[in-house]
Write a protein that binds this ligand. Structure first.
Ligand code: KG4
Ligand code: ZN
Length: 334
């Protein structure tokens, strides 16, 4: 079926057209540059940007796909979790499209969409992948799930404070590197050629056997270290490298524990932080060492995009899940 996907949960206005799980177009306009002075997303700026860009972005996705709007058979839209004002722009637009074209609308959970983003290449053959451990590592969320089916997801671990992407963003802000922090911290970490990284704390690893995360302690440790250091370029590289190393170790160890705890042999990871090469290779090494099968999305599908929304919407619709025009947004969702 021909599906239009729409995603506006945070600072990316995205639309995509997918046919039978094959990606025909992928359009993303980001307001990230408007937030860089603030060190994080400003909700009001994000929703104004969505309002301005939603029409041209959807228009371009339809044109690039080489289809006519009348051929669209389903509209899939992120209904949460995310910034309510931002979500509302995408949802209202999707409802208008649904009403105007007389096609069904389906609401999609953003976290679940991230977790299935590694199965779109381009065929969506998810049923034989269950059960798996899924992880979302993004700017707004850090969670572990046991996934037994498209409608069977159980939360098995989550962050108790900052999301991992948020920690990257805050650490970058402390050092004045700008927003989004993740790519900037990674770039500086790659420049570090020394052999004496700083030993930042790995919270909730030693002694704690659970699957929850905590990233606020390491962020504070960076802050105190920063206050006392010489703030030279090489010291910034060293801090970035050491922070990224600590975060990688935390994620990899929690994933390893989640695999043991769940008894699953497969692992699927998604979200903006999974663009990080050190984190990707840490996960790959752990899986190879333990004989686990792992799925990582292509870099293009790690960050917020509408391909994952269209693909999950289609898969749910084909399994009988339905929404209607009473669909509302939800800032918080499991
Ligand atoms: O999934 P995403 O695009 O949006 C949310 O749903 O939050 O994730 C954005 C987050 C930001 O915090 C950003 O700093 C982080 O992903 N990120 C990275 C990298 N690229 C983006 N974190 C670490 N390394 C990266 N290369
Ligand atoms: Zn996201």
């Amino acid at each position: 079926m021909l599906v239009l996907g729409i995603e506006t949960s945070c600072d990316e206005t995205a639309a995509s057209v997918v046919r039978d799980a094959k990606v025909l177009s992928q359009e993303v306009s980001s307001s990230v540059h408007l937030h860089s002075d603030y060190g994080g997303v400003v909700p009001e700026i994000a929703s104004r940007f969505h309002t301005e860009y939603i029409y041209p972005v959807v228009r371009k996705a339809i044109d690039d796909a080489g289809v006519k709007k009348g051929e669209i058979e389903l509209v899939a839209v992120t209904s949460g979790p995310g910034l309510p004002g931002s979500l509302l722009v995408g949802l209202s637009f999707a409802k208008a499209v649904s009403l105007a074209l007389g096609v069904p609308i389906i609401g999609v959970n953003h976290l679940k969409a991230h977790m299935i983003s590694c199965f779109i290449r381009p065929l969506f053959e998810i049923d034989d992948k269950f059960p798996f451990v899924g992880m979302v590592a993004s700017g707004g969320h850090t969670g572990l799930y046991r996934c037994d089916g498209l409608d069977k997801w159980e939360s098995i671990g989550r962050t108790r404070d900052d999301a991992v992407g948020e920690a990257f963003d805050k650490v970058a802000k402390i050092m004045g590197l700008g927003y989004p922090g993740g790519p900037r911290v990674e770039k500086r970490a790659n420049r570090y050629k020394g052999t004496s990284p700083i030993d930042f704390p790995r919270a909730m690893l030693k002694g704690d056997k659970g699957l929850d995360f905590s990233f606020s302690g390491i962020k504070t440790a960076v802050l105190y270290y920063w206050k006392g250091c010489d703030k030279s370029e090489s010291e910034i590289d060293r801090i970035c490298y050491s922070f990224q190393k600590a975060v990688t170790e935390i994620i990899v160890e929690k994933l390893r524990r989640a695999m043991v705890f769940s008894g699953c042999r497969r692992l699927a990871v998604g979200g903006g932080v999974v663009e990080n090469a050190a984190i990707r290779s840490g996960i790959e090494d752990m899986c190879e060492k333990n004989g686990y099968i792992f799925f990582l999305p292509s870099r293009k599908l790690c960050g917020d995009n509408a391909v994952m929304v269209a693909a999950l919407g289609e898969a749910l619709f084909l399994r009988g899940v339905r929404s209607d025009l009473t669909l509302n947004v939800s800032a918080v969702m499991n």
